[in-house]
Design a protein. Sequence first.
Length: 161
Amino acid sequence: MLVKVMLYLVLALVWVGLTGEVTLPAFVTGIIIGIIIMKIYGERSLRSLQINVRHIWPLIQLFFIFAYELLVANLTVLVKVFSPKLNIKPGIIKVPIDIEGPFWITTLANMVTLTPGTLTVEVSADNKFFYVHCLNIDNEASVISSIKDTFEKKILEVYKP
């Protein structure tokens, strides 16, 4: 029940952001649209997410970690793009993953993709690793540990029983 309420609130905030109207009617409309969307598409997938009150703090931390990494990556890409000499070493790396479940693997892959300079190319059939294209690979191990120590570590905290 808590997950549903949180999801309805998030969908309402997304609606408010999309419409640009920060009003009570827009928020209520967002909640109604969120309820309709969840009734059509999301009831089954919500049952598999076993999130309760103790998972809220790690979820909030995950949001701020993602926001911080997004800011740092944007600044890094900005410096690379506007530097006189484009000094990059692009490439694709194989990142092993420890998380399980299609929702959490997709969440991790999307967080990596949404971070500028990286793009999740493919998830393996056995869901044990995925391939990430990076704008700049100075040290493959540091890129892998960066993904695992930030996003994956916090996602593991969010969904652990």
